[in-house]
Design a protein around this ligand. Structure first.
Ligand code: FES
Ligand SMILES: [Fe+2]
Length: 387
């Protein structure tokens, strides 16, 4: 168990990752696998895409940080998960997630996507049925017109939601019970000790990009591209970059050495592991989680079409910036990571690949041994699609 005693507050599992990475720096491991291929049809087949969207609606996805839904009456309208969803913090302080659909004749209740405020409740624009922030149907204009209707049977339809690791996870399929632990327990050692519950979001980035979602996940499972694609942005932070990657249940856990790693290991002078190495996760199915020095990035690539994603990136920081200097510091990080690296390089290249897929140039894509975690991720996806 983590005893909270560590100065930097880093998860004890980082010691294990550090050990593995140190071995790799000492003697770079020879490949134990071979190169592999993935057929282009995996990204262009419409039937497969529909199956993937169905699968994603049955898995927990982190749609917000708890600070974004902290006050009673706060709410989030979210469509990208494949169902129209409404998440609210009720007056009693509970978190609820529901389908954003009126139980009379199905009108959308809250119109605009994004964060919102519920005042007294939700009133449907069509005939004025009104719901409490927890989804309870409270008012039907002219109720006498529905002589035998039972109000309590027409509350908004709930979907499973849970707070864990300071994030709000939801599943886009109706139901109240869901075994979140089966998916999230394998991340406990990594995300639990970070104490993200007390953090805040500096800024949320949202964009739509023309690429298949799997291409995006691959970009974050591949250490091979960093020194090339990112050479003008973050590559200098990862000079003679080496990485170690392993399974964490259905997820993938990596650590990448930063510039100065070799030196720090040699001299034994390590103040904070996060200064010399960066833990990175691909949380199955579609979330990227990067533990940067001093902050965390949570980004999710929701597939909205076979060749389109909705990108959502929260830059999560320890506390609300109180000074201009602090704000400037986070703005610089946001600019570099979101605009420079993610948007300007990773997602940019994903769009290039998508066009390449449609062109017919390749029947299959080729991957080297350093790209092996991509195979793990595809195996997990295939296993679940087959199940
Ligand atoms: S559809 Fe909502 S009140 Fe009629
Ligand atoms: Fe990248």
């Amino acid at each position: 168990m983590y005893d909270g005693g560590e100065v930097s507050g880093n998860p004890p599992i980082y010691e294990h990752l550090l050990g593995k990475l140190t071995e790799i720096y000492g003697a770079p491991a020879l490949p134990t696998t071979s190169e592999f291929r993935i057929p282009v049809s995996v990204y262009t087949d419409e039937a497969q895409f529909q199956a993937e969207r169905q699968l994603l609606r049955r898995l927990p996805i982190p749609v917000a940080h708890v600070s974004q839904l902290a006050t009673p009456g706060s709410c989030l309208v979210h469509d990208a998960i494949g169902a129209p969803i409404l998440v609210t913090r009720t007056r009693d302080g509970e978190l609820r997630a529901m389908l954003n659909v009126c139980r009379h004749r199905g009108t959308r209740l809250m119109q605009d996507q994004g964060f919102c405020r519920v005042r007294k409740g939700f009133r449907c624009r069509y005939h004025g049925w009104t719901y409490e922030s927890d989804g309870t149907l409270t008012h039907i204009p002219n109720q006498a017109l529905f002589p035998s209707l039972k109000k309590e049977e027409h509350n908004l339809i709930r979907v499973p939601v849970q707070e864990r690791f300071g994030l709000v996870w939801l599943v886009g399929t109706p139901g109240e019970q869901y075994d979140f632990d089966a998916m999230l327990d394998p991340l406990e050692e990594d995300l639990g000790p970070l104490g993200l519950e007390s953090h805040v979001v500096y800024r949320r980035a949202i964009s739509r990009r023309k690429t298949n979602w799997k291409i995006v996940m691959e970009a974050f499972l591949d250490g091979y591209h960093v020194r090339h694609l990112h050479k003008n942005t973050v590559a200098p932070f990862f000079q003679d970059h080496r990485s170690y990657t392993e399974h964490a249940g259905p997820h993938v856990r990596s650590i990448v050495g930063r510039t100065g790693f070799g030196e720090a290991i040699r001299t034994g002078r390590i103040e904070d592991i996060r200064d010399i190495a960066t833990p990175t996760y691909v949380i199955f199915p579609n979330t990227i989680f990067v533990v940067q020095p001093g902050f965390v990035s949570r980004a999710t690539a929701y597939p909205t079409a076979i060749d389109e994603i909705y990108w959502e990136h929260d830059l999560i920081i320890p506390e609300e910036p109180k000074t201009d200097k602090a704000r400037a510091h986070w703005e610089l990080n946001y600019e570099l990571i979101q605009n420079g690296v993610f948007d300007g390089e990773d997602l940019w290249v994903c769009e290039q690949i998508q066009q390449g897929l449609w062109s017919g140039a390749n029947e299959y894509l080729t991957y080297g041994t350093e790209e092996t975690p991509i195979a793990w991720w595809h195996e997990e996806l295939e296993r679940r699609l087959g199940a």
